[in-house]
Design a protein around this ligand. Structure first.
Ligand code: SF4
Ligand code: SF4
Length: 378
Protein backbone atom coordinates (compact mmCIF):
# COMPACT_ATOMS: atom_id res chain seq x y z
CA UNK A 1 0.00 0.00 0.00
CA UNK A 2 1.08 3.61 -0.62
CA UNK A 3 0.07 5.99 2.09
CA UNK A 4 -1.03 9.61 1.66
CA UNK A 5 -1.87 11.83 4.61
CA UNK A 6 -3.82 15.07 4.15
CA UNK A 7 -3.36 17.62 6.97
CA UNK A 8 -5.28 20.82 7.55
CA UNK A 9 -2.82 23.65 8.24
CA UNK A 10 -4.36 27.07 7.82
CA UNK A 11 -1.30 29.33 7.44
CA UNK A 12 2.46 29.59 7.42
CA UNK A 13 3.00 29.32 11.15
CA UNK A 14 6.34 27.51 11.30
CA UNK A 15 5.80 25.90 14.70
CA UNK A 16 2.36 24.54 13.80
CA UNK A 17 3.62 23.20 10.46
CA UNK A 18 6.55 21.56 12.23
CA UNK A 19 4.46 19.96 14.98
CA UNK A 20 1.81 18.62 12.63
CA UNK A 21 4.26 17.22 10.07
CA UNK A 22 6.43 15.66 12.78
CA UNK A 23 3.40 14.01 14.36
CA UNK A 24 2.22 12.67 10.97
CA UNK A 25 5.70 11.32 10.20
CA UNK A 26 5.87 9.47 13.51
CA UNK A 27 2.31 8.17 13.35
CA UNK A 28 1.99 7.21 9.69
CA UNK A 29 5.42 6.82 8.09
CA UNK A 30 7.76 5.17 10.57
CA UNK A 31 10.31 7.98 10.21
CA UNK A 32 13.05 6.05 12.04
CA UNK A 33 12.99 3.35 9.38
CA UNK A 34 12.99 5.86 6.50
CA UNK A 35 15.88 7.99 7.80
CA UNK A 36 18.80 7.60 10.16
CA UNK A 37 20.86 10.38 11.77
CA UNK A 38 23.79 9.92 9.37
CA UNK A 39 21.64 10.67 6.28
CA UNK A 40 22.21 13.89 4.40
CA UNK A 41 18.74 15.25 3.72
CA UNK A 42 18.35 17.02 0.38
CA UNK A 43 15.22 19.20 0.43
CA UNK A 44 13.99 19.62 -3.15
CA UNK A 45 11.48 22.49 -3.27
CA UNK A 46 9.87 23.97 -6.37
CA UNK A 47 11.95 27.09 -7.10
CA UNK A 48 10.74 27.60 -10.66
CA UNK A 49 11.82 31.23 -10.90
CA UNK A 50 12.50 34.43 -8.97
CA UNK A 51 9.20 34.95 -7.16
CA UNK A 52 8.14 36.22 -3.75
CA UNK A 53 6.64 33.60 -1.37
CA UNK A 54 3.13 35.12 -1.50
CA UNK A 55 2.98 34.67 -5.30
CA UNK A 56 2.55 30.91 -4.59
CA UNK A 57 4.83 29.98 -7.50
CA UNK A 58 7.56 28.51 -5.30
CA UNK A 59 7.48 26.36 -2.16
CA UNK A 60 7.09 28.70 0.81
CA UNK A 61 10.33 29.30 2.80
CA UNK A 62 8.63 28.82 6.20
CA UNK A 63 7.35 25.43 5.03
CA UNK A 64 10.88 24.45 3.93
CA UNK A 65 12.29 25.77 7.21
CA UNK A 66 9.80 23.74 9.28
CA UNK A 67 10.67 20.47 7.50
CA UNK A 68 14.42 21.25 7.60
CA UNK A 69 14.28 21.89 11.35
CA UNK A 70 12.57 18.54 12.00
CA UNK A 71 15.57 16.79 10.46
CA UNK A 72 18.21 19.14 11.92
CA UNK A 73 16.84 18.31 15.37
CA UNK A 74 17.25 14.60 14.54
CA UNK A 75 20.93 15.24 13.87
CA UNK A 76 20.84 15.23 10.05
CA UNK A 77 22.75 17.53 7.73
CA UNK A 78 20.17 19.48 5.69
CA UNK A 79 20.78 20.71 2.15
CA UNK A 80 18.50 22.59 -0.26
CA UNK A 81 18.67 22.06 -4.04
CA UNK A 82 16.78 22.75 -7.26
CA UNK A 83 17.46 23.35 -10.94
CA UNK A 84 15.01 26.12 -11.97
CA UNK A 85 13.72 26.75 -15.51
CA UNK A 86 15.93 28.09 -18.31
CA UNK A 87 19.71 28.28 -18.22
CA UNK A 88 20.66 29.04 -14.63
CA UNK A 89 24.22 29.81 -13.54
CA UNK A 90 25.39 30.25 -9.94
CA UNK A 91 24.63 33.98 -10.03
CA UNK A 92 21.02 33.39 -11.17
CA UNK A 93 20.67 30.66 -8.55
CA UNK A 94 21.84 33.10 -5.86
CA UNK A 95 19.23 35.57 -7.00
CA UNK A 96 16.49 32.89 -6.92
CA UNK A 97 17.54 31.78 -3.42
CA UNK A 98 17.40 35.41 -2.31
CA UNK A 99 14.05 36.36 -3.85
CA UNK A 100 12.23 33.17 -2.79
CA UNK A 101 13.35 33.60 0.83
CA UNK A 102 15.47 30.43 0.84
CA UNK A 103 18.77 32.18 1.57
CA UNK A 104 17.41 33.74 4.77
CA UNK A 105 16.02 30.51 6.26
CA UNK A 106 19.16 28.59 5.25
CA UNK A 107 21.48 31.07 6.96
CA UNK A 108 19.33 31.01 10.10
CA UNK A 109 19.27 27.22 10.34
CA UNK A 110 22.60 26.08 8.88
CA UNK A 111 21.08 24.50 5.75
CA UNK A 112 23.58 24.19 2.86
CA UNK A 113 22.52 25.64 -0.48
CA UNK A 114 23.46 23.52 -3.50
CA UNK A 115 24.00 24.62 -7.12
CA UNK A 116 23.24 22.77 -10.36
CA UNK A 117 26.94 22.91 -11.30
CA UNK A 118 27.50 19.37 -12.49
CA UNK A 119 25.33 16.67 -14.00
CA UNK A 120 25.45 12.97 -14.86
CA UNK A 121 23.88 11.43 -17.94
CA UNK A 122 21.46 8.68 -16.98
CA UNK A 123 19.26 7.16 -19.69
CA UNK A 124 20.02 10.09 -22.03
CA UNK A 125 19.01 12.65 -19.39
CA UNK A 126 21.47 14.96 -17.62
CA UNK A 127 20.55 14.70 -13.95
CA UNK A 128 21.94 17.24 -11.47
CA UNK A 129 24.68 15.75 -9.28
CA UNK A 130 22.66 16.02 -6.07
CA UNK A 131 19.65 14.23 -7.61
CA UNK A 132 22.01 11.58 -8.95
CA UNK A 133 23.43 11.10 -5.44
CA UNK A 134 19.92 10.78 -4.00
CA UNK A 135 19.01 8.13 -6.61
CA UNK A 136 21.70 5.79 -5.23
CA UNK A 137 21.02 3.75 -2.15
CA UNK A 138 24.52 3.49 -0.73
CA UNK A 139 25.84 7.03 -0.18
CA UNK A 140 23.60 8.43 2.53
CA UNK A 141 21.89 11.17 0.46
CA UNK A 142 18.09 11.11 0.78
CA UNK A 143 15.69 13.43 -0.99
CA UNK A 144 12.59 14.96 0.53
CA UNK A 145 10.47 16.31 -2.29
CA UNK A 146 8.87 19.59 -1.14
CA UNK A 147 6.53 20.35 -4.04
CA UNK A 148 4.03 23.18 -4.37
CA UNK A 149 0.36 22.56 -5.17
CA UNK A 150 -0.09 24.38 -8.49
CA UNK A 151 -2.06 24.24 -11.68
CA UNK A 152 -0.24 23.78 -14.99
CA UNK A 153 -1.37 24.88 -18.48
CA UNK A 154 -0.30 21.64 -20.13
CA UNK A 155 -0.24 19.03 -17.31
CA UNK A 156 -3.35 20.41 -15.47
CA UNK A 157 -1.51 20.07 -12.13
CA UNK A 158 2.13 20.18 -11.08
CA UNK A 159 2.70 18.42 -7.76
CA UNK A 160 5.24 15.94 -6.39
CA UNK A 161 6.01 13.93 -9.55
CA UNK A 162 6.36 16.91 -11.90
CA UNK A 163 8.57 18.64 -9.31
CA UNK A 164 11.18 15.98 -10.12
CA UNK A 165 11.57 17.64 -13.54
CA UNK A 166 13.66 20.18 -11.62
CA UNK A 167 16.32 17.45 -11.21
CA UNK A 168 17.23 17.84 -14.90
CA UNK A 169 20.01 20.25 -15.50
CA UNK A 170 19.63 23.62 -17.27
CA UNK A 171 18.25 24.06 -20.76
CA UNK A 172 17.97 20.33 -21.31
CA UNK A 173 14.52 20.71 -19.80
CA UNK A 174 13.47 22.77 -22.85
CA UNK A 175 15.21 20.32 -25.19
CA UNK A 176 13.09 17.46 -23.80
CA UNK A 177 9.97 19.48 -24.63
CA UNK A 178 11.27 19.84 -28.16
CA UNK A 179 11.85 16.13 -28.75
CA UNK A 180 8.62 15.14 -26.94
CA UNK A 181 6.08 17.74 -28.14
CA UNK A 182 3.05 15.56 -27.38
CA UNK A 183 1.79 15.73 -23.78
CA UNK A 184 1.53 11.94 -23.65
CA UNK A 185 5.22 11.50 -24.56
CA UNK A 186 6.36 14.30 -22.27
CA UNK A 187 4.43 12.64 -19.44
CA UNK A 188 6.45 9.50 -20.20
CA UNK A 189 9.65 11.49 -19.46
CA UNK A 190 8.26 12.67 -16.14
CA UNK A 191 7.41 9.05 -15.27
CA UNK A 192 10.92 7.94 -16.26
CA UNK A 193 12.32 10.49 -13.80
CA UNK A 194 9.93 9.25 -11.14
CA UNK A 195 11.45 5.80 -11.50
CA UNK A 196 14.99 7.17 -11.52
CA UNK A 197 14.90 9.60 -8.59
CA UNK A 198 12.75 8.06 -5.90
CA UNK A 199 12.42 10.62 -3.07
CA UNK A 200 12.31 9.05 0.40
CA UNK A 201 9.35 11.26 1.21
CA UNK A 202 7.06 13.77 -0.52
CA UNK A 203 5.41 16.72 1.20
CA UNK A 204 3.26 19.09 -0.84
CA UNK A 205 2.79 22.72 0.23
CA UNK A 206 -0.91 23.40 -0.42
CA UNK A 207 -1.34 26.04 2.29
CA UNK A 208 -1.33 28.80 -0.32
CA UNK A 209 -1.81 27.00 -3.64
CA UNK A 210 -1.71 28.37 -7.20
CA UNK A 211 -4.96 28.09 -9.18
CA UNK A 212 -6.06 29.16 -12.68
CA UNK A 213 -3.44 29.36 -15.41
CA UNK A 214 -0.38 28.20 -13.43
CA UNK A 215 2.39 27.28 -12.91
CA UNK A 216 3.91 30.79 -12.93
CA UNK A 217 2.98 34.47 -13.06
CA UNK A 218 -0.41 33.98 -14.77
CA UNK A 219 -1.71 31.74 -11.96
CA UNK A 220 -3.83 32.97 -9.04
CA UNK A 221 -2.81 32.29 -5.42
CA UNK A 222 -5.63 30.51 -3.58
CA UNK A 223 -5.64 29.63 0.09
CA UNK A 224 -6.33 25.91 0.49
CA UNK A 225 -4.89 25.36 3.98
CA UNK A 226 -3.57 21.87 3.22
CA UNK A 227 -0.33 19.92 3.50
CA UNK A 228 -0.14 16.51 1.85
CA UNK A 229 2.44 13.86 2.74
CA UNK A 230 3.11 10.64 0.85
CA UNK A 231 5.72 7.91 0.68
CA UNK A 232 5.36 7.80 -3.13
CA UNK A 233 5.30 10.88 -5.39
CA UNK A 234 2.84 9.49 -7.94
CA UNK A 235 0.32 8.22 -5.38
CA UNK A 236 0.58 11.57 -3.55
CA UNK A 237 -0.42 13.30 -6.79
CA UNK A 238 -3.17 10.77 -7.40
CA UNK A 239 -4.75 11.52 -4.01
CA UNK A 240 -4.56 15.30 -4.63
CA UNK A 241 -6.03 15.01 -8.13
CA UNK A 242 -8.96 13.02 -6.70
CA UNK A 243 -9.35 15.51 -3.85
CA UNK A 244 -9.71 18.34 -6.42
CA UNK A 245 -12.39 16.35 -8.24
CA UNK A 246 -10.36 15.76 -11.43
CA UNK A 247 -11.27 12.62 -13.34
CA UNK A 248 -8.30 10.32 -14.05
CA UNK A 249 -8.84 10.60 -17.82
CA UNK A 250 -8.56 14.41 -17.60
CA UNK A 251 -5.21 14.44 -15.74
CA UNK A 252 -2.47 13.56 -18.29
CA UNK A 253 -0.03 12.25 -15.67
CA UNK A 254 -2.55 10.04 -13.87
CA UNK A 255 -4.02 8.80 -17.14
CA UNK A 256 -0.62 7.81 -18.56
CA UNK A 257 0.59 6.33 -15.25
CA UNK A 258 -2.49 4.10 -15.16
CA UNK A 259 -2.01 3.00 -18.78
CA UNK A 260 1.64 2.12 -18.03
CA UNK A 261 0.68 0.21 -14.88
CA UNK A 262 2.32 2.56 -12.34
CA UNK A 263 -0.91 3.32 -10.46
CA UNK A 264 -3.51 1.01 -9.02
CA UNK A 265 -6.56 2.36 -7.26
CA UNK A 266 -6.51 -0.42 -4.65
CA UNK A 267 -2.91 0.45 -3.65
CA UNK A 268 -3.83 3.95 -2.46
CA UNK A 269 -4.52 4.50 1.23
CA UNK A 270 -5.58 8.02 2.23
CA UNK A 271 -5.77 9.34 5.78
CA UNK A 272 -7.42 12.76 5.70
CA UNK A 273 -8.31 15.49 8.18
CA UNK A 274 -10.79 16.93 5.68
CA UNK A 275 -14.46 16.52 6.43
CA UNK A 276 -15.25 15.96 2.75
CA UNK A 277 -13.68 13.92 -0.04
CA UNK A 278 -13.73 16.54 -2.78
CA UNK A 279 -12.82 20.23 -2.68
CA UNK A 280 -15.06 22.08 -5.11
CA UNK A 281 -14.35 25.28 -7.00
CA UNK A 282 -10.55 25.08 -7.35
CA UNK A 283 -9.95 26.99 -10.60
CA UNK A 284 -8.18 24.86 -13.22
CA UNK A 285 -6.34 26.09 -16.37
CA UNK A 286 -8.27 27.24 -19.46
CA UNK A 287 -7.17 24.28 -21.66
CA UNK A 288 -8.49 21.86 -19.01
CA UNK A 289 -11.86 23.62 -18.96
CA UNK A 290 -12.14 23.57 -22.75
CA UNK A 291 -11.05 19.92 -22.97
CA UNK A 292 -13.81 18.93 -20.55
CA UNK A 293 -16.48 19.74 -23.18
CA UNK A 294 -18.12 16.53 -24.50
CA UNK A 295 -15.93 15.15 -27.31
CA UNK A 296 -18.38 15.52 -30.26
CA UNK A 297 -18.95 19.21 -29.44
CA UNK A 298 -15.25 19.81 -28.79
CA UNK A 299 -14.37 18.34 -32.21
CA UNK A 300 -16.83 20.74 -33.84
CA UNK A 301 -15.49 23.76 -31.94
CA UNK A 302 -11.79 22.90 -32.09
CA UNK A 303 -11.03 24.92 -35.28
CA UNK A 304 -12.56 27.99 -33.59
CA UNK A 305 -10.68 27.62 -30.32
CA UNK A 306 -7.04 27.53 -31.45
CA UNK A 307 -5.01 27.81 -28.24
CA UNK A 308 -1.68 29.50 -28.87
CA UNK A 309 0.74 31.68 -26.91
CA UNK A 310 0.30 35.41 -27.46
CA UNK A 311 2.69 38.16 -26.38
CA UNK A 312 1.27 41.23 -24.68
CA UNK A 313 3.72 43.86 -25.93
CA UNK A 314 2.53 46.36 -23.31
CA UNK A 315 3.70 44.07 -20.51
CA UNK A 316 6.84 42.76 -22.26
CA UNK A 317 10.13 44.23 -21.02
CA UNK A 318 12.25 42.56 -23.70
CA UNK A 319 14.26 40.54 -21.18
CA UNK A 320 14.78 37.75 -23.74
CA UNK A 321 13.97 34.87 -21.36
CA UNK A 322 11.25 33.46 -23.67
CA UNK A 323 13.65 33.50 -26.65
CA UNK A 324 16.20 31.61 -24.53
CA UNK A 325 13.84 28.86 -23.33
CA UNK A 326 11.79 28.25 -26.50
CA UNK A 327 12.80 24.73 -27.56
CA UNK A 328 11.73 25.28 -31.18
CA UNK A 329 13.37 28.70 -31.63
CA UNK A 330 9.92 29.94 -32.55
CA UNK A 331 10.33 33.37 -30.93
CA UNK A 332 12.39 35.97 -32.71
CA UNK A 333 13.30 39.53 -31.95
CA UNK A 334 13.48 42.08 -34.74
CA UNK A 335 12.46 45.48 -33.34
CA UNK A 336 9.61 43.61 -31.68
CA UNK A 337 8.99 40.04 -30.47
CA UNK A 338 7.25 37.65 -32.81
CA UNK A 339 6.12 34.03 -32.52
CA UNK A 340 6.35 31.78 -35.55
CA UNK A 341 3.24 29.62 -35.04
CA UNK A 342 4.35 27.16 -37.73
CA UNK A 343 7.21 26.16 -35.44
CA UNK A 344 5.41 26.46 -32.09
CA UNK A 345 4.58 23.16 -30.34
CA UNK A 346 2.42 24.75 -27.59
CA UNK A 347 4.73 23.61 -24.80
CA UNK A 348 4.11 26.96 -23.01
CA UNK A 349 7.71 27.13 -21.70
CA UNK A 350 7.78 30.79 -22.83
CA UNK A 351 4.71 31.68 -20.80
CA UNK A 352 5.97 29.70 -17.81
CA UNK A 353 9.33 31.47 -17.70
CA UNK A 354 8.21 35.01 -18.56
CA UNK A 355 8.94 37.06 -15.43
CA UNK A 356 6.33 39.69 -16.36
CA UNK A 357 3.29 37.51 -17.22
CA UNK A 358 3.48 38.93 -20.74
CA UNK A 359 2.72 35.68 -22.58
CA UNK A 360 -0.80 34.40 -22.24
CA UNK A 361 -2.84 31.80 -24.03
CA UNK A 362 -4.76 33.53 -26.76
CA UNK A 363 -8.25 33.43 -25.26
CA UNK A 364 -10.94 34.33 -27.77
CA UNK A 365 -14.58 35.10 -27.01
CA UNK A 366 -15.63 31.49 -27.47
CA UNK A 367 -13.23 30.32 -24.75
CA UNK A 368 -14.54 33.02 -22.41
CA UNK A 369 -18.13 31.81 -23.01
CA UNK A 370 -17.10 28.17 -22.40
CA UNK A 371 -15.44 29.18 -19.10
CA UNK A 372 -18.59 31.02 -17.97
CA UNK A 373 -20.79 27.98 -18.74
CA UNK A 374 -18.30 25.65 -16.98
CA UNK A 375 -18.44 27.80 -13.83
CA UNK A 376 -22.25 27.62 -13.79
CA UNK A 377 -22.08 23.81 -13.65
CA UNK A 378 -19.43 23.63 -10.92
S1 SF4 B 1 10.06 36.65 -21.33
FE1 SF4 B 1 8.30 38.02 -21.22
S2 SF4 B 1 9.13 40.03 -20.75
FE2 SF4 B 1 10.83 38.74 -21.41
S3 SF4 B 1 11.01 39.11 -23.62
FE3 SF4 B 1 9.68 37.35 -23.41
S4 SF4 B 1 7.59 38.18 -23.33
FE4 SF4 B 1 9.00 39.87 -22.98
S1 SF4 C 1 6.67 29.79 -28.67
FE1 SF4 C 1 6.33 29.18 -26.54
S2 SF4 C 1 4.79 27.59 -26.68
FE2 SF4 C 1 5.66 27.81 -28.72
S3 SF4 C 1 7.32 26.30 -28.80
FE3 SF4 C 1 8.21 28.25 -28.14
S4 SF4 C 1 8.18 28.13 -25.92
FE4 SF4 C 1 6.79 26.54 -26.66
Amino acid sequence: MKKVVILKIEDYNREIIKDKIREALEKHFDISKLFNAADKIVLKPNLLMEAAPDEAITTHPLFIEAVGQIFKERGNAVLVADSPGGFVGNKDMDSIYEKTGIRGISQNNGFDLLYPTQSFIVDDMPICWWAHDCSKTDNGFKMINLAKLKTHDVMVLTLATKNLYGCISGLHKSYLHKIHPKTKDFTGIVLKLYEMVKPALNIVDGILALSGNGPAKRGRPRKLGLVILGDDALYTDYAISKMLGIKDKDNPLIKEAKIRGYLKEEELEVVSELDREIIKGFELPDPFIVNSIPAPLLNLLRPLIGFKPAIDLKKCRLCGKCVQVCPKRAISFNKTLRIDYKRCIMCMCCSEMCPHAAIDINTNLLIKVIKKIYKCFQ
